[in-house]
Design a protein. Structure first.
Length: 200
């Protein structure tokens, strides 16, 4: 479980596709202190550490994960957002995030407003109904608040700090980001669907 508060960025050192996709990530953490089997969110994708040294670690991704996230396009030199799993007693600064990507949101426009940036995205058709004004959304592992919704499109406001310390400051129009809908919205929709089926 995560909070969507990015604590570091990492650089892709290598990608190995001989079996599952194995990615080596370098970052500023003391990587030799990371437990084998630990969960880390990589631009919103929860992946398990399978090896590490002092300055980097490896994770493996299944074909399903590669197919439904941006991970299939990662290459050496790419920069990704990182977040360690939530520990009991940690501050919950964002919202509850599972690290299970639901789909890809496309960047439609980017506009500076004062010290912030307003970014509009288009959600996949099957996820648009889960996005609500003032609700939470996770994009490439960053917890954000939805400012406005118009059909399948929605906007977020990214403050300067987040713009600088995450990969959001590198995004371009047309780029697709990993999107995880709010966990609460998922369960509310499931409950409503269940009740409707029961009354039919």
């Amino acid at each position: 479980m995560f909070t969507g508060i990015v604590t570091a960025t990492g650089t892709i050192i290598s990608v190995d596709d001989r079996a599952d996709r194995v990615v080596r990530v370098g970052c500023s953490w003391p990587c030799n202190e990371i437990a084998i089997g630990a969960s880390i969110a990589h631009s919103g994708i929860c992946l398990t550490v399978i090896s590490r040294d002092a300055h980097s670690f490896e994770v493996a991704a299944s074909a399903e994960t590669v197919n439904v996230t941006t991970l299939g396009h990662w290459a050496e030199g790419d920069v990704i957002n990182l977040e360690r799993a939530l520990c009991l007693g940690d501050e919950l600064g964002g919202h509850m995030v599972s690290g299970h990507v639901d789909g890809l949101a496309e960047v439609k426009s980017i506009r500076p407003i004062g010290d912030s940036h307003e970014v509009w995205f288009e959600a996949p058709a099957d996820l648009a109904g889960f996005v609500a004004q003032k609700g939470s959304i996770t994009l490439d592992g960053v917890s954000l608040t939805v400012n406005a919704v118009s059909g399948r499109e929605f906007s977020v406001n990214v403050i300067e700090h987040s713009w600088q310390v995450t990969t959001l400051g590198r995004i371009t129009v047309g780029q697709k980001l990993n999107m995880e809908i709010d966990m609460l919205a998922r369960y509310v929709a499931r409950l409503a669907d269940y009740r409707q089926n029961q009354s039919s």
